[in-house]
Design a protein around this ligand. Structure first.
Ligand code: PHE
Ligand code: FE
Length: 290
């Protein structure tokens, strides 16, 4: 990760909290066009796959295909609903900076947009992943509270527990790659899935991955892969359940996690509540999701 001084060369106005001006007026037609292409593709793929809360967030925030959103205007809409704002950052930020933003209801979003040859895969989160993928769920009151609690939990994990890896797995398997068992069936809420057209189909319909009932300690013991579609998804029953499971003191949990087993991404355990067991026919050589 580049240091603040290194970033200052390309972003002279970067703040100590790593925020930069979005400079919305500097996006050109080609960049708005990439947003439109990605947005339109997801608009076709997500009905019947993304959860109701995500789709409602998109429409409540008036997120639309025509252009990359202006973070100031988006933040006005979002803060009226849940008190969250969206701030621009160059790319990934250090953990303590990230947690401080979340703990204060600011979502740090990449300001650049991917290149035309990166429509299906990018390594660093861009404005499409961060805004289209993450921001709609922040319009949901319970999820909005969960994200703030996560930021505060991150600060504790960093300063008191050295449990960052466990907590990062929770983020990965919920915020980024979470599925929910809704009244209508299995649906996506994870941002890494909703911003990827191929993984949106794969996560809901493919026989390949495991889909396992969410269990906090199990998730926190499980490694994840960043270079391919997920081998296992963890499925929550409701956002209220996710919040109730996590909004308690993790001190005893962290102490337990310091020893005991760790699991590989594709493992299925006897104690798991397995919704679907994967065939694992799907393997490397394909796209990872962002
Ligand atoms: N309850 C966690 C703690 O005690 C904080 C947390 C809340 C973490 C919600 C993740 C999600 O540290
Ligand atoms: Fe993300």
């Amino acid at each position: 990760m580049p240091t603040l001084d290194e970033l200052r060369r390309s972003h002279p106005n970067i703040g100590p909290d790593y925020t930069i001006p979005q400079h919305w007026e500097r996006y050109g037609a080609a960049e708005h066009g990439i947003w439109r292409t990605l947005f339109d593709r997801q608009a076709r793929v997500l009905p019947g796959r993304a959860c109701r809360e995500f789709l409602e967030g998109l429409s409540k925030l008036k997120l639309a295909s025509d252009q990359i959103p202006d973070f100031e205007r988006l933040s006005e809409e979002l803060s009226a609903l849940t008190g969250w704002r969206v701030v621009a950052v160059p790319s990934l930020v250090p953990d303590d900076v990230f947690f401080d933003h979340l703990a204060n209801r600011r979502f740090p979003a990449g300001q650049f947009i991917r290149k035309p040859q990166q429509l299906d895969y990018i390594e660093e989160p861009d404005v499409f992943h961060d805004v289209f993928g993450h921001v709609p769920m922040l319009a949901h009151p319970v999820f909005a509270d969960y994200m703030e609690a996560y930021g505060k939990g991150g600060q504790r994990a960093l300063s008191e527990f050295g449990a960052l890896k466990n907590l990062a797995r929770l983020y990965w398997y919920t915020v980024e790659f979470g599925l929910i068992e809704s009244r209508d069936g299995l649906r996506i809420y994870g941002s890494g899935i909703v911003s990827s057209s191929a993984e949106s189909m794969y996560a809901v319909e493919s026989p390949s991955p495991n889909r396992i009932g969410f269990d906090l300690e199990r998730v926190m013991r499980t490694d994840y892969r960043i270079d391919d579609f997920q081998e296992s998804y963890f499925v929550i029953s409701s956002f209220e359940e996710l919040f109730a499971e996590t909004y308690k003191d993790f001190a005893a949990l962290y102490a337990r996690l310091a020893s005991g087993p760790g699991y590989r991404p594709g493992d299925v355990l006897a104690a798991d509540r397995v919704l679907t067991r994967g065939t694992h026919s799907y393997r490397a050589g394909s796209h990872a999701a962002v």
